[in-house]
Every structure is written in structure tokens, then in C-alpha cells.
Design a protein around this ligand. Structure first.
Ligand code: FMN
Length: 206
């Protein structure tokens, strides 16, 4: 729910979340919930844009109303929004999940929709851009496009959960990816148990 205007903290940072049509909408949902709660309390304002297929996959994989998170939503065809221009000085962007198609369009500078244009802005302004790519297996074309984006300054990460924090729920599994994406956006979070060295009492080879 949107907070009462009188009690909302001052906005200190603004971020963009792009949701594309790869499988993995629950990752986006988890990140939106983070920004609607702890993120907002920390003074971070998250602006969200779904691609057409991102919205369709969300309907199948999550099913909630994206407007219910109280975050500003944008039309993917609208190039007039503030973060479509570098002069607006947003702080970080994450595309989660990021489709192979969107990787290709960003890697080749095709600002075909608002997600692509905003990503292009973050690259040219040298601001953090995190792409949580969901595809398997990877084609050589996707691998080359991911290399191009890494060379251009983006963080390319796979939507691959980790298990060393011993997640017991799907949400905890999602958090192992979302926490790392937030880390790369420069946003403090305590979504997952951090690795602090191995407990020798757990057994196994010395
Ligand atoms: C059920 C379903 C699952 C999909 N999963 C993926 C996926 O994991 N990765 C991917 O790159 N594309 C996936 N796609 C294909 C994308 O939705 C498609 O390439 C679309 O054009 C992406 O558009 P966008 O990049 O504008 O969001 C999936 C499509 C459907 C219908």
C-alpha cells in the first residue's frame, strides 16, 4: 500500500525496474515487494516498467495486480518519462527477469521500448545497470551479447539461485538472486543469509 504522504520518508535515491517477458516474474515481484517496504523506508523510490510480454508472464507466474504495490508504473511505449533521459539522474536500474531478446536489443543500442531506452541511458551515463538474464541453455548470440554488455559496463547475472544459505522456501530461493541484484545496484539489503565461512561442525572432508 502507498504510505501516507505525511509519513513517507524523503526520497534519497530513485531506481528503475524493468520487467521483461522471460520466465521469472516472481523475481520481479520479490524486488517490487522489497522496494514497496524496506526500500521505501530507506528513502528509495522505485519506478517500474513492464514490457508487453513481461506483463503477460507476470499474469501467469504471479497473478497479482502490479498496481497494488504502490510503485509508479509506466507504459513500455512511453519515451517521455523522466528516466528516458540522462538529465533526470536516476541512480540504478535492474531488468528482472531480462529476456534474451532484451539483452540483444540493449547490446545493440536499439531503444525499441522504454526498458531498452532506459538501459541505454544508464549505460551512457555510466550508472549501475543490472540485467538478471533468464534463459537456458545460452546460444552463442546471447553469450556474445552478454559479453558486449559486460564490456559496456553493465552487470550481467543469471537468474540462478544459490543453495549455501539453505533456502527452505521458494521465496528464500528468490532472495538469493534478488539480494545479489540489489547488491550490484548498490542497495543495502538483508534478504539472504550471507556466507560467513564454513561451519566445521557440519562435517565433510577436512
Ligand atoms: C511462457 C513463456 C516463457 C518464456 N520464457 C523466456 C525466458 O525464460 N527467456 C527468454 O529470453 N524469453 C522467454 N520467453 C520469450 C519472450 O517472452 C519473448 O522473446 C518476448 O518477445 C520478450 O519480449 P520483451 O523482451 O520485450 O519482454 C518466454 C515466453 C513465454 C510465453
Amino acid at each position: 500500500m502507498p504510505p501516507d504522504e505525511d509519513t513517507a520518508p524523503p526520497v534519497r535515491r530513485r531506481v528503475v525496474i524493468g520487467v521483461s517477458g522471460a520466465s521469472g516474474a516472481p523475481y520481479a515481484e520479490r524486488m517490487m515487494r522489497f522496494f514497496a517496504g524496506p526500500g521505501r523506508a530507506a528513502g528509495i523510490e522505485a519506478h517500474v516498467v513492464f514490457s508487453k510480454f513481461g506483463r503477460l508472464n507476470w499474469a501467469d507466474e504471479v497473478g497479482t495486480d502490479p498496481a497494488s504495490y504502490g510503485l509508479p508504473l509506466y507504459n513500455p511505449g512511453d519515451m517521455t518519462v523522466p528516466f528516458a533521459s540522462g538529465s533526470a539522474r536516476f541512480d540504478a536500474m535492474c531488468v528482472v527477469p531480462c529476456s534474451a531478446g532484451q539483452v540483444g536489443r540493449i547490446a545493440t543500442g536499439v531503444s525499441a521500448d522504454l526498458i531498452g531506452r532506459a538501459a541505454d541511458v544508464f549505460l551512457k551515463e555510466r550508472r549501475p545497470l543490472v540485467l538478471v538474464v533468464r534463459e537456458t541453455p545460452y546460444s552463442l548470440i546471447l553469450l556474445r551479447n552478454m559479453a558486449t554488455l559486460t564490456e559496456a559496463g553493465a552487470t550481467v547475472m543469471s537468474a540462478a539461485p544459490s543453495f549455501y544459505s539453505q533456502p527452505k522456501t521458494i521465496e528464500a530461493l528468490l532472495d538469493t538472486v534478488v539480494a545479489r541484484a540489489l547488491d550490484r545496484m548498490g542497495i543495502d539489503n538483508s534478504l539472504m543469509k550471507r556466507w560467513a565461512g564454513r561451519d566445521p561442525s557440519a562435517g565433510g572432508p577436512a
